[in-house]
Design a protein around this ligand. Structure first.
Ligand SMILES: C[S@@+](CC[C@H](N)C(=O)[O-])C[C@H]1O[C@@H](n2cnc3c(N)ncnc32)[C@H](O)[C@@H]1O
Length: 324
């Protein structure tokens, strides 16, 4: 546990140097790999030896390495690739976590202290880093989507808006699975600009650019927010939820997908992700069922169900509170 940060950096460097991509054709010597990825040969050998000691790559002959099942997850084209996620984690996240002590003392985000702006401003200002962030979100999302599709029925919904839906990866998978659904992916202009609608989804998938603090697309009967509410403090969550409350069709539903914190001491990834939100965002946090119920009530919504999925995320479902 104490030296876990070393492994984060080892994986980060392997992802940056595209080592798994370089090994897709079979075993290669450290010297050969170093020439291909502009690295120092003996030092690259030491990195590969250390990674092999934790199951990522294996030494098949002296100073010659091959992929392992774990190393394959570093390949850019693997269906469960974590390459962009590791590129993000080892840079912005790693540097911001360096300030955890200061965040715990002050309650303010270490990211802001380090970079002089919010995390979303940073990615807007540095489009090449924004690309990596969007790719990282897709990597992270892939871990969750299969479980969501298995655990949650989208029955009774006709038009689903994915608020802050990134490049639409989740929505496209949901529409593929549920042919009766219309979908709208809504995110910042720079994020949705490169999204192209696959031919099979033409006429069923809209791509809309905007700012969820101003408005969200109106008239749908379900609004999904995956890893949006955990990015913000209660006041800003209430602004987003308030816009959804006024935009949604009568009888509509809000579907919040987050890691809902259980009580007690048992291990749960959301308890660590909560600290990541502390460090990285302006007031973001993971919440308990009680905290969701209270937040939703303040937005004029009632928590109606929490559905667990095989991944750590649950679907927190809410409907409008009507006065009658
Ligand atoms: C943590 S990511 C989650 C992305 C996606 N829902 C997922 O789970 O992979 C947060 C998303 O919110 C979007 N976002 C941030 N501020 C926004 C705003 N003011 N209006 C619309 N989208 C915004 C970001 O561009 C990003 O795609």
């Amino acid at each position: 546990m104490a030296s876990g940060a070393w492994i984060t950096q080892m994986l980060h460097v392997a992802a940056e140097l595209s080592l798994a991509d370089q090994l897709e054709g079979g075993d290669r010597s450290a010297e050969d790999l170093a020439a291909a990825c502009a690295a120092h040969p003996d030092t690259l050998f030491r990195l590969l030896r250390a990674l092999a000691s934790v199951g990522v790559f294996q030494e098949t002959a002296p100073r010659t390495f091959a992929l392992t099942p774990l190393a394959e997850l570093l390949h850019s084209d693997h269906p469960q690739s974590l390459r962009q996620f590791l590129r993000m984690l080892g840079e912005e996240h790693y540097l911001a976590w360096d300030g955890l002590l200061q965040s715990v003392r002050s309650g303010t985000p270490a990211f802001h202290e380090r970079y002089g702006c919010s995390v979303f401003e940073h990615y807007q200002q540095q489009p090449e880093r924004g690309e990596i962030f969007d790719g990282a979100m897709s990597d992270f999302s892939r871990q969750e989507i299969a479980g969501l599709l298995a655990a949650f029925s989208f029955e009774g919904i006709t038009h689903l808006v994915d608020v802050g839906g990134g490049r639409g990866e989740l929505l496209m998978r949901v529409l593929d699975r549920h042919p009766h659904l219309q979908g709208t992916v809504f995110d910042q202009p720079s994020v949705v600009a490169p999204v192209s609608v696959p031919t099979a989804l033409e006429g069923r998938l809209n791509v809309v650019a905007g700012d969820f603090f101003q408005a969200v697309p109106a008239g749908a009967d379900a609004y999904l927010l995956k890893h949006i509410i955990h990015d913000w403090d209660d006041d800003r969550c209430l602004r987003i939820l308030g816009h959804i409350r006024s935009a949604m069709a009568p009888g509509g539903r809000v579907l919040i997908l987050e890691q809902v914190i259980p009580p007690g001491n048992d291990p749960f990834p959301g308890k660590l992700l909560d600290l990541n939100m502390l460090v990285m965002t302006e007031g973001g946090r993971e919440r308990t069922p009680e905290e969701y119920a209270l937040l939703l009530e303040k937005a004029g919504l009632r928590l109606s169900a929490i559905t667990p999925t095989p991944s750590p995320i649950s679907v927190v479902e809410a409907v409008a509170i009507t006065s009658a």
